[in-house]
Ligand binder design. Structure first.
Ligand code: RAM
Length: 917
């Protein structure tokens, strides 16, 4: 498996300016937070990145030197026995590929870097570290163990119930320990203990995959937890997506069997010998522990009376436990998990706990969140507390559960009695704002509960505030919705009996998300999931991993494969995903063309149309089911054209130039066919004159040049007159609407859509109490069966518009990954300030602008080793100052030209304070 990652370090170094005194410059790489588990990677040529920060302006890297050593001592002595890059004259500071000695399984790599900049030479950075995983199948010893049967209390049917399996093994470590590492594949989910201590702070690990294609292993350094002498290792296995939630409809629900695991504990002794503790028949297992059932849809039941104190420590009497069984190995490849683990990322206190009737309470978290409820309780043995999780309440103030469909969303805790008991589930999560707590002994208060917010532990990289409160709240709701739906894959929703990684929910949304969360690794993993899910003939599913087997063949959902790869390149400057997936993308396009493109170059196959477009009025949508599909050839043909452009770009970026002409020629034919079929030149509209039809033709560049203006007028007419200032787009159209209006001259109208509070709009959701983003524009009146209050698909291109157009933080399309930053904030009436930041691969970018009566002030930060092109509103460059000085005398500022009402400058790195009159 090829993969890539970033290496962390924080370094302090002095840079000697030319002829100046030494100044303190920091060198750091905050991308480190992205790498959850620097232990056990299986990439033999990892890529290294570093971040330079400093007070001076115009810091540009001119050269670097990387040292990679096999021990910290060697590194300290500047001995790069694995790799000494020598001084490399290059400005590259991200994705620098390791080019040293061949790396082998379990190698340890300590590294540091030194840079030469336009402002002088740095000292060596602080050391950073990674270790190699088990690169070859043959590196693994032992066998897969499990327990391939049900217990009397389990049930295998539509609502599957399967208790967690507990495993243990005692062993002797006879000598003095130098180092110890565990490599574990625990499917579906595991918890790992050594000598009674939990290993790692990850939850719901490992990341879900189609286990028949690939399985993820995790690595932990357990040197601290292991002792010379007797030791005990314990694991708990939950079901996750392996033993799936609905054991029926085998044609749709993919399931993989009973939980199982493979574990290797590699102990290195100080005398140079190595010992491997492995899973085999000497392990003991029981399913008769406290976790009686765990089902992601239905919840977890925990009976504390069944606890087995000391089960994961030395000396426990496992006489009643069974011998572990050898079980079939999953067919999937073993791969190191490179995306972040899920963790408890935040804890919320309830805003209220109200009694509904004696013993039953409604806990209100004040926020629709994803995770679980942790409880503190005291009572007698056998008391049973039941939680039911809901996003909304009904008129009587009870939990409304219609919208979770047949998911039981119920956690049950049975007390053991005899003092305070603290509990949270291990193998489930819920999407909820409210929890009905029944059977609670005594009086429940907010002090009894914590809302544990769980998602992939990725860094929050963006911040965004404006003078408009609707925009701010929609942003906040997006933040909550996006992070909640990260579950080792991007889910559509976290609450009902679905929770599937639908491709069509993310094409453009993933791009917007990347401004808020450092989602590069998750989406790289998702591209792998998609590739693994591709059929041999080229078909790509609507859901990947294809836990629901939907291969409906369409351009919009499957095409997310291309769009996400493009996003990783644009935002992270990372071309590897495009390289890796190019052949599969090409194959998919070919497959669609062969099967569905007619002789007029119309792509005849679509599945969902402009999914969930809003009913014309809120009344029209009352009580209506939203699952009506309107397949559209216009949409599929327009997207085909768009992807043909993208494939030309990908071909160029990956050295497949030979493919470019073919894609270009076909694109021209598709464009002609599209206009023949769908363009009404007289009326200046496309298809049925739906907003989405027209937007796609405009934004994708399908419309004949001379008709562009007329088409823009049509679009404006629909929004302003027909829709009375509102959008009328579903999942497809909403992805292009904000930037189309902005790029084609009506940013004011985009701003209106962004700040509306009447139906249909994002602000309408806010006005109706939403704290996340709804699945439906009419979420408050539609039929409940398909009505999630926590979907992100309707965000369209809104979040990227916030950052790129309102804040003016955008990467150039040519120098991607924010190597060159384009800063051209929109100045629309009504918006007085935007204060935003984004932590790019190179460092922190800030844009903090304010409009006052006749003054425009703009504080900007540009990271070292990048440049920014900034567009300052001014009638002439003479009216602009920086730091109180003329711009012509400001360091790092270069006036380029006037462009309309903007003075355009190039900035080197540094912090700037512009004032324009
Ligand atoms: C629903 C989900 C999902 C969407 C599909 C087509 O089940 O809402 O978000 O992509 O339909």
């Amino acid at each position: 498996m090829k993969n890539y990652f970033y290496i962390s370090f924080i370094i302090l170094l002095s840079v000697l300016g030319s002829g100046q005194a030494a100044a303190n410059v920091q060198l750091e790489n905050l991308r480190c937070e992205m790498l959850q588990n620097p232990e056990g990677i299986d990439v033999t040529t990892p890529r290294l990145s570093w971040e330079i920060t400093g007070k001076q302006r115009n810091i540009e890297q001119t050269a670097y030197q990387v040292l990679v050593a096999s021990t910290p001592e060697k590194l300290a002595a500047n001995e790069g026995d694995l790799w000494n890059s020598g001084k490399v004259n290059a400005s590259q500071s991200v994705h620098v590929q390791y080019a040293g000695k061949r790396l082998n399984s379990r190698d340890e790599c300590y590294w540091k870097v030194k840079t030469w900049t336009s402002n002088g030479e740095s000292s060596w950075s602080a050391p950073a570290y990674w270790s190699m995983g088990l690169l070859h199948y043959g590196d693994w010893v032992g066998r897969w163990i499990g327990m391939d049967k049900l217990s009397p209390w389990d049930q295998e049917e539509r609502f599957s119930r399967l208790s967690a399996r507990y495993f243990r093994k005692e062993f002797e470590a006879p000598k003095e320990i130098k180092k110890a590492k565990v490599y574990i594949i625990g499917l579906g989910l595991y918890e790992l203990y050594l000598n009674g201590q939990r290993i790692g702070d990850q939850v719901l690990a490992p990341a879900p995959t189609d286990y028949s294609e690939n399985v993820k292993y995790n690595t932990f350094d357990v040197t601290k937890q292991l002792k010379s002498g007797k030791n005990a290792i314990g694991t708990v296995l939950g079901n996750g997506r392996f033993y799936t939630m609905r054991q029926y409809k085998a044609y749709k629900n993919k399931t993989f069997g009973y939980p199982k695991m493979l574990l290797n504990l590699v102990i290195e002794y100080t005398d140079g010998t190595t010992e491997k503790i492995r899973t085999d028949e000497s392990w003991k297992v029981t399913a008769d522990g406290p976790i009686r059932t765990n089902n992601e849809y239905d919840g977890e039941e925990y009976d504390a009376r069944k606890e087995m104190p000391g089960w994961n420590a030395v000396g426990f009497d496992a006489g009643k436990w069974l011998q572990a069984e050898y079980v079939q190995e999953p067919t999937g490849e073993f791969e190191a998990q490179m995306n972040e683990h899920m963790k408890v990322m935040e804890t919320l206190k309830p805003v209220s706990v109200k009694q509904l009737k004696p013993g039953t309470y409604i806990v209100d978290m004040g926020q629709n969140m994803v995770g679980w409820l942790k409880m503190k309780v005291q009572g007698k043995s056998g008391d049973k507390v039941t939680f039911r999780f809901a996003e909304v309440l009904n008129e009587k103030g009870e939990v409304a559960l219609e919208n979770v469909r047949d998911a039981k969303v119920t956690d049950v805790y049975t007390l053991k009695g005899g003092g305070e008991e603290v509990w949270e589930p291990s193998f489930v999560f819920h999407g909820f704002r409210y929890v009905e707590v029944s059977g609670f002994p005594g009086k429940a208060t907010v002090n009894n509960f914590d809302g544990q917010v769980v998602y992939d532990a990725m860094q929050t990289v963006g911040s965004f505030k404006t003078s408009n409160s609707i925009i701010n709240q929609v942003y906040e709701n997006s933040y909550w919705g996006i992070r909640g739906n990260y579950k080792g894959m991007p889910l559509d929703c976290p609450q009902r009996n679905e929770r599937q990684p639908w491709l069509g929910d993310r094409p453009t949304i993933a791009y917007g998300e990347s401004f808020i969360f450092d989602n590069g690794k998750l989406y790289a993993k998702w591209l792998d999931d998609i590739q693994y899910a591709q059929k041999a003939d080229g078909s790509i599913p609507d859901v990947a991993p294809a836990f629901w087997r939907y291969y409906s063949d369409n351009m919009t959902w499957a095409g997310t494969y291309l769009m996400v790869a493009d996003m990783l390149h644009q935002q992270y400057g990372n071309v590897k995903p495009i390289e890796k997936h190019y052949p599969s993308m090409k194959k998919w396009l070919q497959y669609m063309q062969n099967l569905y493109m007619d002789e007029n170059y119309i792509m005849t196959k679509d599945s969902y149309g402009d999914w969930c477009a809003p009913p014309a009025t809120i009344e029209d949508g009352r009580g209506m089911n939203a699952n009506v599909k309107y397949p559209s050839k216009l949409i599929s043909t327009a997207y085909h054209y768009y992807y043909l452009q993208m494939m030309q770009r990908f071909a160029r970026l990956t050295g497949n130039e030979g493919d470019m002409a073919g894609y270009q020629a076909l694109a021209e034919k598709v464009r002609a066919g599209f206009n023949d079929e769908f363009f009404n030149a007289e009326g200046a509209f496309y298809g049925e004159n739906k907003l989405t039809d027209n937007l796609l033709a405009l934004y994708f560049g399908l419309v004949p040049e001379e008709q562009k203006g007329a088409l823009v007028n049509t679009i404006v007419q629909i929004i302003e007159v027909e829709n009375k200032g509102h959008l009328s787009t579903g999942v497809v159209g909403t992805q292009w609407i904000m930037r189309s209006l902005t790029d084609f001259g009506r940013p004011d109208l985009a701003y209106k859509l962004a700040t509306n509070t009447t139906y249909p709009s994002w602000g309408y959701m806010v006005a109706n109490g939403a704290t996340t983003i709804w699945e439906l524009w009419n979420g408050n009146t539609a039929a409940p069966t398909m009505n999630s209050y926590n979907h992100v698909m309707m965000l369209g291109d809104l979040v990227s518009w916030y950052y790129e157009d309102l804040a003016g933080i955008k990467s150039s399309r040519e120098q991607t990954g924010f190597k060159l930053i384009e800063m051209k904030p929109l100045l629309v009436d009504g918006l007085d300030f935007v204060n935003a930041s984004y932590h790019s691969m190179y460092g922190l970018i800030k844009s903090d602008w304010k409009k006052e009566k006749k003054r425009f002030t703009w504080k900007i930060s540009v990271p070292a080793n990048t440049k920014a092109i900034v567009y300052i509103p001014a009638s002439s460059e003479k009216n602009v100052t920086e730091g109180g000085k003329k711009t012509s005398s400001a360091t790092g500022v270069k006036f380029l030209r006037m462009e309309g009402d903007r003075a355009v400058y190039e900035l080197g790195s540094g912090d700037y304070n512009f004032v324009a009159k």
